[in-house]
Write a protein that binds this ligand. Structure first.
Ligand code: GUN
Length: 292
C-alpha cells in the first residue's frame, strides 16, 4: 500500500494566470491614458534553450497587452555593438524594461552589459543597483524567479516572520536574492551550498525550504521536517527525459505540507514576474510624467 500524500500542491499555472489577468487589467488602464508598457528582449547567438525562453517572454507580453520587441543578433556581434544597442534602448521612451538574455557568447562580458542597463529599466533585477536596493530594503526591481517564489508563499497565506527558511543554492539570480527576500519578511535564513558539510542537518530544521541548485534529488523525504513548505526552483531532465526539479517530489510530498510541482510550479511564475516588473516600470514612468 502506498502512503497517502499529505502535501498540497502550490499551483504555479493558476497563480500565474491570476497575476497575468491583473497585469492585463492594469496595462489596459495605462493604455487608456496613452502609455503602453514596453519590453525589449535582446538575444545574441542561437542557444536553443534561450530561443525558447525569449519566444515565451514575447508571447506572454502580447497576451497581456504589453508592447514587446525581440532583437536577435548573430553570435559574432561585438561587445561594443551590444552596449550601443542597450544604450539606445535605455533612451527609448517606448521601452520600460530591457532584458538581455543570458548566457551571452563568451567574447562578451555579461557583467559589463548588465551594468550598462539603466537601473530604472532593469526588469530582470540583475544590475548591481537592483541587487543593492534589495539588500538594503530600498525600492527596486526584484529578480523574477525568487520574486515568483515569494508570491507563491504569499498565495498560501504563509507567515514568514519567525520561521526558519533554508535556501539551497547561492546563485546571484536565485539563491542570494531569495535569501534577502525571505529575510525582509523576517524569516531566519540559512543559505546552503556545495561546501555545506551536512545539508540534511540544516534542512531538517527548516519550516521553508527553497531548492535552487539545478540537480535532481538534492532534497529527499528524509531531509524534510514534517509540515515544511517546499519550493522547487530546479528545472532538470530525468533519465526518461521528463522535466523534473531538484526535489524528489513523490517522496517529499509525503512529508511536506505544501510543495511546488515541476512542471507547473515556479516555472510559470518567472515570466509572470517579468510582466509585473515591466508594468510597474511603466507605471512609474507614467507617474513621473503625470499620466497616472
Ligand atoms: N537566462 C536564463 N534565465 C534568464 C533570465 O531570467 N533572464 C535572463 N536575462 N537570462 C536568462
Amino acid at each position: 500500500m502506498t502512503a497517502t500524500p499529505t502535501a498540497k500542491n502550490i499551483d504555479g499555472n493558476a497563480l500565474a494566470a491570476q497575476l497575468r489577468s491583473d497585469v492585463a487589467r492594469r496595462t489596459q488602464a495605462l493604455k487608456s491614458r496613452g502609455l503602453t508598457p514596453g519590453l525589449a528582449v535582446v538575444l545574441v547567438g542561437d542557444n536553443p534553450a534561450s530561443q525558447v525562453y525569449v519566444r515565451n517572454k514575447v508571447k506572454a507580453c502580447t497576451e497581456a497587452g504589453l508592447h514587446s520587441v525581440l532583437e536577435k543578433y548573430d553570435a559574432s556581434m561585438t561587445e561594443g555593438d551590444l552596449l550601443a544597442r542597450v544604450d539606445a534602448l535605455n533612451n527609448d521612451p517606448a521601452i520600460h524594461g530591457i532584458l538581455v538574455q543570458l548566457p551571452l557568447p563568451t567574447h562578451i562580458d555579461a557583467n559589463k552589459v548588465i551594468e550598462s542597463i539603466a537601473p530604472a529599466k532593469d526588469v530582470d533585477g540583475f544590475h548591481i543597483a537592483s541587487a543593492g536596493a534589495l539588500m538594503v530594503g530600498q525600492p527596486g526591481f526584484w529578480p523574477c524567479t525568487p520574486y515568483g517564489c515569494m508570491k507563491m508563499l504569499e498565495s498560501i497565506g504563509y507567515e514568514l516572520r519567525g520561521k526558519h527558511a533554508v535556501v539551497i543554492g547561492r546563485s546571484n539570480i536565485v539563491g542570494k536574492p531569495m535569501a534577502m527576500m525571505l529575510l525582509q519578511k523576517n524569516a531566519t535564513v540559512t543559505i546552503c551550498h556545495s561546501a555545506t558539510p551536512d545539508l540534511q542537518a540544516m534542512t531538517l530544521q527548516a519550516d521553508v525550504i527553497v531548492a535552487a541548485v539545478g540537480k535532481r534529488n538534492v532534497l529527499t523525504a528524509n531531509m524534510v521536517k514534517p509540515g515544511a513548505v517546499v519550493i522547487d526552483v530546479g528545472m532538470n531532465r530525468n533519465d526518461e527525459g521528463k522535466l523534473c526539479g531538484d526535489v524528489d517530489f513523490e517522496g517529499v510530498r509525503q512529508v511536506a505540507s505544501y510543495i511546488t510541482p515541476v512542471p507547473g510550479g515556479v516555472g510559470p511564475m518567472t515570466i509572470t514576474m517579468l510582466l509585473v516588473n515591466t508594468l510597474e516600470s511603466a507605471e512609474r514612468d507614467g507617474a513621473l510624467r503625470g499620466l497616472v
